[in-house]
Write a protein that binds this ligand. Sequence first.
Ligand code: NAD
Ligand code: UD1
Length: 329
Amino acid sequence: MIVLVTGGAGFIGSHTCIALLEAGFKVIVADNLCNSRVEILNKVMEITKKNIIFYEIDVTNEHSVDRIFSEHHIDGVIHFAGYKAVGESVKEPLKYYYNNIISTIVLVRACQKYKVQRFVFSSSATVYGENEVPFKESMILKPTTNPYGESKTISERILIDVSEANPAFSVALLRYFNPIGAHESGLIGEEPNGAPNNLMPYITQVAKGKIEKLRIFGADYPTFDGTGVRDYIHVMDLAEGHIAALIHLKEGIHKYNLGSGKGTSVLELVTIFEEETGIKIPFDVIDRRPGDIAECYADVRKAREELNWYVIRDLRMMCRDAWRFEKNI
Ligand code: NAD
Ligand code: UD1
């Protein structure tokens, strides 16, 4: 089976390429390298000792996408390509709506033209907005607080409508919770551009001495220790969720939460990181970050039952792997 992976040089895409190659899929990556480097794909090939066909293209460009579909018999698409910085999306909404929505439309049109019936989409837990935890796939989505989140909700809606009009078009909407960690080789991991926005890369950069202190965004949430609670998932478990989705995908539209199902607070994650690495993480508690919610974790029963997928890597492993990668770069 040949899979087109858009955004395959990025954080989640590159780990998913490893899982795909190891499961015997042939992989074509389409990435414009706006938030990644071609060396990452070389590392994926080094780890797996398998080949990737790479197109350096922008997937909002219809002609470039058409060329890939015309040159290969593609069996399925996994669409990771997109922008993901929440704060930037508030400042530059059009950039986010254009890239994240047009890329989805262009790819779905190519799938229709070339009769490709399997489509796996990178969605986000952010689409649930401020719902009651644990988030279930059947919940009515609440508005998100930023254009990034809305671009995911709108892309989901487009895919739902297309699939309802053409039921043979099988779509998995994968709602990721908080992917962290890195491949166990330490060769690939999360490489944020500039100062990190997300918690784990921030912690690893403090541990390395690149940043002086962690800033904890609020300790007055209605959670057991006052800090924000999230559902952290090892990026390799998340990657393997895509394989399960591709294999089990049936006709129509299917939504799945990919998380661990367990909530962890900021302070708990810091403590586990310190225990696993022996490095103290100094921090200050500051004001809440605008747009943050108190708690976000998944009900993962649907993915377990229908995809036979569940996480096998714990928080300690996530911390060790994230740190091994940070030390290497
Ligand atoms: P990433 O930025 O590391 O990877 C995205 C990749 O897409 C990059 O390699 C980038 O160069 C490429 N890209 C972006 N726009 C492109 C375009 N128009 N044409 C071709 N390539 C393009 O991000 P990631 O963390 O790997 O996230 C992958 C997907 O998962 C994104 O859609 C993101 O919104 C979604 N997601 C991520 C998280 C997370 O915490 N990382 C959580 C939920 C959802
Ligand atoms: C972020 C995105 C969200 C996206 C999710 C998964 C924002 C506002 N939201 O959410 O849209 O779906 O990632 O990629 O960026 N924290 C600190 N100090 C820090 C960084 C984070 O205390 O320096 C706290 C946060 O307040 C939160 C937790 O750590 O409670 C996790 O934060 P983060 O890693 O940014 O993920 P999310 O907020 O879940």
